[in-house]
Design a protein around this ligand. Structure first.
Ligand SMILES: [Zn+2]
Length: 342
């Protein structure tokens, strides 16, 4: 087909636009490269003391919420938690490639059933932070988790959305509300706690949790022990059961399985427990059913067996820990880590 003059003109314009666009992309990339150095890359160096305080104020640790005693005078409370990410994480970012999805699906097909059977053998409870989409794609999971009557199902976003990337309060609330509704429907009980996808927080997360009537969060890392979350100087009424990347298998166990043996990683988890035991406090351990392949599961089983040999260990769900904290006196917890008091 012969091109008309008008079409030729249009094509030339488009070509020019593309060239201009490409040039501006190149210039932007150069500017970004430049912005990586110098004062421009370090905006905080010029913030006033008030600006620095305001930057940290939205989410801070308040009172320590460590009870004077755990049930039966236990030395330590242990929460074994599982983040049932499965395919949700990939789907939230638009990844639909069957390869990685099949690796994630392992959490439902093999990972979870093996874990549930092991918890039943040890008679130990656990909390399963479950994105609603993971439960929708494998509807057998929630009944499996709840069968023993000991485990807890808690929130882990709708589709493991990273709320810091989303950065939209209305969307964040809509998604978490959907997740609450779905998990309530399939579990018969409204979840009371939340762990955000990728343990990320937005500036809206606390108020969304409050609106949904949640009692605890388990995504933050400011202390080893439970604490009250304060926001801009005010108690939010939400207890933090802190996590740490150090005690999370997801950080160490990538899909390639490049480590020669997971043994050393589980030594880290055991050391975290040993210190909590020594300090008579609390430890939260986090595992992922889709990452707990056989060679890793073996050590998970050994870790739980080890903890069970110690006297005075209270294995509990996150909800049980929070209920205990809320209905029992806590240790002298007058300190706060707000900057003006340091
Ligand atoms: Zn997760």
């Amino acid at each position: 087909m012969k091109l008309s003059n008008a079409n030729t003109f249009l094509i030339s314009l488009l070509a020019l636009a593309c060239l201009t666009c490409a040039m501006s992309v190149a210039v932007n990339a150069q500017e970004k490269e430049k912005a990586k150095t110098g004062a421009e890359a370090l905006p905080g160096i010029d913030w006033s003391v008030d600006q620095l305080k305001n930057a940290v104020a939205p989410v801070r640790p308040g009172r320590v919420m460590l009870p004077e005693k755990w049930p039966n005078n236990a030395r330590v409370a242990v929460v074994i938690s599982f983040d049932v990410d499965n395919e949700s994480y990939s789907l939230s970012t638009g990844v639909t490639a069957p390869g990685p999805l099949s690796d994630a699906e392992y959490g439902a097909t093999e990972g979870l059933p093996r874990i549930i059977a092991m918890l039943d053998r040890f008679n130990v409870p656990a909390t399963f932070f479950t994105p609603a989409v993971s439960a929708i794609l494998a509807p057998e999971m929630v009944p499996q988790i709840l069968k023993s009557g000991k485990n807890e199902v808690a929130l882990h976003g709708w589709v493991h959305e990273s709320v810091d990337v989303l950065n939209d309060g209305a969307q964040e609330e809509r998604l978490l509300r959907q997740a609450v509704d779905y998990l309530t429907k399939v579990s018969g009980k409204k979840p009371v706690g939340s762990r955000t996808g990728s343990w990320a927080f937005s500036s809206y997360t606390i108020s969304v949790d409050q609106k949904l009537g949640l009692t605890y969060d388990s995504s933050l890392m400011a202390m080893d022990v439970p604490y009250e979350i304060i926001s801009n100087g005010k108690d939010t009424g939400i207890v933090e059961l802190p996590v740490t990347w150090v005690a999370d298998d997801g950080i160490y166990f990538g899909p390639t399985g490049a480590l020669p043996s997971p043994k050393l990683i589980f030594q880290v988890f055991q050391d975290e427990f040993d210190m909590a035991y020594r300090e008579r406090s609390f430890v939260m351990l986090t595992f992922h059913p889709n990452a707990e392949r056989r060679s890793r599961f073996l050590y998970l089983e050994q870790l739980i067996a080890y903890m069970e040999t110690k006297p005075g260990v209270w294995f509990a769900t996150a909800e049980q820990v929070v209920n205990w904290i809320k209905s029992n006196p806590t240790t002298d917890s007058s300190f706060s880590r707000m900057p003006e008091q340091q």
